[in-house]
Design a protein around this ligand. Structure first.
Ligand SMILES: *[C@@H]1O[C@H](CO)[C@@H](O)[C@H](O)[C@H]1NC(C)=O
Ligand SMILES: *[C@@H]1O[C@H](CO)[C@@H](O)[C@H](O)[C@H]1NC(C)=O
Ligand SMILES: *[C@@H]1O[C@H](CO)[C@@H](O)[C@H](O)[C@H]1NC(C)=O
Ligand SMILES: *[C@@H]1O[C@H](CO)[C@@H](O)[C@H](O)[C@H]1NC(C)=O
Ligand SMILES: *[C@@H]1O[C@H](CO)[C@@H](O)[C@H](O)[C@H]1NC(C)=O
Ligand SMILES: *[C@@H]1O[C@H](CO)[C@@H](O)[C@H](O)[C@H]1NC(C)=O
Ligand SMILES: *[C@@H]1O[C@H](CO)[C@@H](O)[C@H](O)[C@H]1NC(C)=O
Ligand SMILES: *[C@@H]1O[C@H](CO)[C@@H](O)[C@H](O)[C@H]1NC(C)=O
Ligand SMILES: *[C@@H]1O[C@H](CO)[C@@H](O)[C@H](O)[C@H]1NC(C)=O
Length: 846
């Protein structure tokens, strides 16, 4: 009997366990209808944000995702990066920054959903758009069209990822976080270039995806002909005018650009948050139900992951979370408040389609009814110049130009997209300024190694023509040497060759030219057109001369029709004698060497840190091309993020403890015009509208993840291609953070004007401050109650002033978060009957 019971208990345990497993107690169904994604039977309004797992280190994932959740996101979106997951055909890699399962589980741990864009084409300003370069060498293959060789590989990889997710129970129906996946990516933009093959390919891609039976909906973005049941979604700066290709599909927006990507040689793009918020509000106003920020956190293009040509190492994207993982105010806070306001309207938004009401020129309302007298409304002024006042529902509302007000009860405005920060009524009213602590590397002893010019190894090879670069290097390196010799007849020399012209044509992306091992020229293209022609005057000696051209790749193309067969490298070399005769060297005998000798011996590797290949002494070469440098540095104290200031360097690559930090190019200045001190957010935004750092280098600071640093000594290795001065390199860390808040009594209207159900407005007027997680308020630098003026970093005392420093200190010092009540009983009253505000500037430290 006893034994029987024990057996039964064991059986029961097994049954219960198996039952749970099979029934998947937390199983979620995801479908869609004409309005929205339907999760467990309920239509949802979802805010999503792009976070690409390899663009930061895994230790930071939970923190980024926590900040995304706190910022009001429901979904994290990522691409899947095929070229790093399958570096060699059939050999898979899912470790470290590429641990996709761990990333998805990290999102799950935060109780957020995942949109997995498997592609496998990613674009993403990622090397070769995420395609493995080996794919290019399958004879007969044609990418992204109805080509069996390509389709077989694509299907195999799609299945690999879907099965990996299924094996880990990561789809919603299995209790996992994935509610959506994507096949292909923005193919509609290039489809016409593929003719009928493209049309057939779209059908095939859709069928193939559906057959994989992920049990969650598939989307194809920017794909007007996406076959049912695949949802076609919008990508763009605005998507309010978008409608899907079938009335049975919801209106979804998969890429809403928070800024734009950065390229070497370009100014730095940014997007004002007032415009971003306007775009989002317009989308939900006009019936949209799913929106994704691209990027919510951009991060860094470490190693040679940057796409191209010439995509920079920073992928900051002016995102709400900056490249270093810090919250970017005012963007993050304003969008969080927008999400809260939209969330207030969720039940209305999913219930019905909006009724549009014109309120004047460029003025309109969209009203969502639940019943005849229960509604939520959006009031919009989509004119770019004139502010307006509208009458709606018996009340009058002021609408700044290019703004939307949100009224969850058709009466009270709880949010206007153009009112940022100082009008904030609740929440963490914080803007952040970052101070960096500089520590110089100048005192470190630098070592160096001079790279050989021209052919350096016994694995060189010859051809009597100019070879295309990607076909030759297979992208194992940025570098390819083209070497030849030029024989000069003594008589010709006497007559006419005192000065010659050398004309080199390249498909891209950059090239150093050496004659008789001396640098004579450097040519380069730009992001939009990486091809260039380099014309140099050279002189030759009689007899044999050497010509060595080092052609450089700066990220493989990632976008456009047939981008995969865009070539690179030298295509033409012509010697022009001064007396008009030409000599075409393009079909001379050329010797080729793939890569640099320093790469071959592994100078970036810590195992060579003490090797005799490094030279040390007082005669360090400065401002010379092709030098490797090495130094030991101590990690900056604290936990704050670290970056390297490479403004004294030219162009090259950098490694810390053997980890590649990425490419740098400090000397490539952006055009001197096109920037605006303060960009007017009003009016249609595009990627060239708001630029900063004109006439400067796109990027001088390079992120070193803390994860890759040791607490003591660390090895820094730099390959300088053009010429630089490493003694002027400095290391920076964020060891303090200035945060501010400025809130006025008027931001807190009498409680009884508010519907209790809104609950959005804090009923106790207060100013809240918050440091980054793990940081604490160390000092109060300014605290005035009265009529303070100025702005964060430069507040000033007004005519009415109570110095409340000691009250604020008491409430805040030593805390990560604190709040100070805005009340005359607590703070005193420096001027009766004058509307007062409280301004605080505080310092957080790590
Ligand atoms: C898809 O997967 C679900 C869950 O595993 C299963 O119940 C269903 O039968 C599958 N459908 C097809 C068409 O294979
Ligand atoms: C050249 O040959 C030697 C001996 O076979 C070999 O050890 C070395 O790695 C080769 N070097 C290059 C650059 O191929
Ligand atoms: C050198 O130049 C002279 C006059 O310009 C010309 O007559 C002669 O043929 C040239 N010699 C050679 C070897 O080109
Ligand atoms: C690369 O080589 C392939 C054949 O191996 C050829 O079809 C293709 O045109 C080459 N690409 C370029 C850009 O030259
Ligand atoms: C560094 O060198 C060691 C020893 O030669 C080798 O095992 C390791 O793979 C190298 N690391 C890299 C990243 O190449
Ligand atoms: C190089 O030498 C330093 C000092 O002697 C030592 O601490 C370090 O471990 C050595 N590094 C390697 C990779 O051998
Ligand atoms: C570096 O070299 C270049 C070309 O040789 C020269 O134009 C430049 O002025 C030099 N810069 C410094 C800082 O010496
Ligand atoms: C970077 O270093 C340069 C000197 O090489 C200096 O002028 C510049 O201010 C530094 N930038 C930052 C952000 O510290
Ligand atoms: C406020 O008082 C503190 C001392 O409590 C003083 O250090 C600070 O300078 C005063 N600030 C202003 C703006 O008066």
């Amino acid at each position: 009997m006893e034994r029987m019971n024990a057996m039964m208990i064991i059986l029961l345990v097994i049954l219960v366990f198996e039952g749970n497993y099979c029934e998947r107690a937390f199983s979620t169904t995801v479908t869609y209808d004409s309005k929205a994604l339907v999760i467990d039977g309920t239509r949802r309004i979802l805010q999503s944000g792009s976070v690409h797992y390899p663009r930061t280190t895994p230790d930071v994932w939970p923190e980024i995702i926590r900040k995304a959740k706190e910022g009001g996101l429901d979904v994290i979106e990522t691409y899947v990066f095929w070229n790093y997951h399958e570096p060699v055909r059939g050999e898979y890699y899912f470790e470290g920054r590429f641990d996709l399962v761990r990333f998805v589980k990290t999102v799950q741990d935060a109780d957020l959903f995942v949109h997995l864009r498997i592609g496998p084409y990613a674009c993403a300003e990622w090397n070769y758009g995420g395609f493995p370069v080996w794919l290019h060498f399958i004879p007969g293959i044609q990418f992204r069209t109805t080509n069996d060789l390509f389709k077989n590989e694509m299907k195999r990889f799609l299945a690999k990822i879907v099965n990996l997710m299924k094996d880990e129970n990561l789809f919603a129906s299995q209790g996992g976080p994935i509610i959506l996946s994507q096949v292909e990516n923005e193919y509609g933009n290039v489809e016409p270039a593929y003719g009928v093959g493209g049309v057939l390919y779209v059908k095939w891609a859709a069928e193939t995806a559906v057959q994989l039976n992920t049990t969650v909906p598939w989307v194809m973005c920017a794909q007007g002909d996406a076959p049912d049941p695949i949802i076609n979604t919008c990508n763009g700066f605005y998507c309010d005018r978008f409608s899907p290709n079938s009335p049975s599909k919801p209106k979804m927006w998969t890429e809403n650009y928070c800024g734009w990507f950065l390229a070497f040689g370009n100014a730095v793009p940014y997007r004002p948050v007032e415009d971003l918020a306007f775009a989002v509000a317009r989308f939900f106003e006009t019936g949209g139900t799913f929106q994704n920020y691209y990027m919510y956190f951009g991060g860094t293009n470490f190693g040679r992951t940057a796409g191209g040509p010439l995509v920079a190492t920073s992928y900051d994207y002016d995102a709400p979370i900056d490249e270093y993982g810090f919250i970017r105010q005012l963007k993050w806070g304003h969008l969080r408040d927008l999400h809260l306001a939209i969330k207030q309207c969720e039940e209305y938004l999913v219930h019905s389609n909006p009724i549009q009401i014109s309120l004047g020129v460029n003025l309109e309302a969209h009203v969502y009814y639940r019943s005849s007298n229960d509604c939520a409304a959006f009031l919009a002024n989509y004119g770019s110049t004139s502010d307006g006042t509208v009458k709606f529902n018996g009340n009058s509302y002021f609408l700044p130009a290019w703004s939307v007000s949100i009224l969850p009860d058709c009466k009270n405005v709880i949010f206007n997209t153009a009112k940022v920060a100082s009008q904030k009524t609740s929440g963490d009213d914080v803007f952040t300024h970052i101070t960096m602590l500089e520590s110089s590397l100048a005192s470190s002893a630098w070592s160096w190694h001079k790279e050989k010019v021209g052919i350096w190894g016994n694995n060189s090879f010859e051809a009597s023509r100019l070879l295309e670069q990607i076909n030759t290097t297979k992208d194992t390196t940025d570098f390819l040497w083209y070497s030849t010799s030029i024989n000069v007849d003594e008589k010709i020399k006497q007559n006419q060759t005192k000065e010659l012209g050398l004309l080199i044509g390249s498909l891209g992306h950059a090239a150093l030219v050496f004659v008789n091992k001396k640098l004579v020229g450097f040519g380069y293209g730009n992001h939009d057109d990486a091809s260039f022609v380099l014309a140099e005057k050279i002189s030759l000696q009689s007899g044999s001369n050497t010509l060595d051209v080092l052609s450089m790749m700066i990220g493989l193309q990632n976008y456009g029709p047939w981008f995969d067969i865009q070539g690179a490298g030298i295509y033409s070399v012509i010697l022009t004698h001064l007396k008009n005769s030409k000599e075409d060297l393009s079909s001379a005998q050329w010797t080729y060497q793939v890569g640099l000798e320093g790469e071959f011996i592994g100078l970036d590797n810590i195992s060579l840190a003490n090797s005799s290949v490094w030279t040390q002494g007082s005669d360090m070469p400065i401002n010379q091309s092709l030098i490797w440098y090495k130094a030991i540095f101590l990690a900056p104290e604290g936990k704050g993020p670290v970056s390297l200031n490479l403004s004294s360097m030219g162009k090259g690559q950098v490694w810390v403890n053997g980890q590649s930090i990425g490419r740098y190019w400090s000397t490539y200045l952006s055009p001197s015009t096109g920037c605006s001190e303060s960009c007017d957010y009003r009016g249609t935004y595009d990627a060239s509208k708001c630029l900063k750092k004109c006439g400067q280098s796109a990027q001088t600071l390079y992120h070193i993840p803390r994860f890759w640093l040791y607490s003591g000594e660390n090895l820094l290795v730099i390959l300088e291609e053009l010429g630089g001065d490493p003694s002027k390199i400095s290391l920076l860390t964020r060891n303090a953070q200035v945060i501010c808040g400025h809130v006025s009594e008027a931001d807190f209207p009498p409680v009884d004007t508010w519907k209790p159900q809104l609950g959005f407005i804090s009923q106790t007027p207060e100013l809240r401050l918050a440091c980054e997680e793990g940081w604490k308020i160390a000092a109060i630098r300014f605290a005035s109650f009265g009529t303070p003026g100025g702005y964060c970093g430069a507040f000033s005392q007004g005519g009415c002033h109570a110095n409340v420093s000691s009250i604020v200190q008491q409430a805040c010092i030593g805390k990560q978060r604190c709040s100070v009540p805005i009340s005359t009983t607590k703070l005193g009253d420096p001027c009766l009957n004058v509307p007062k505000s409280l301004a605080i500037e505080a310092l957080c430290s790590g």
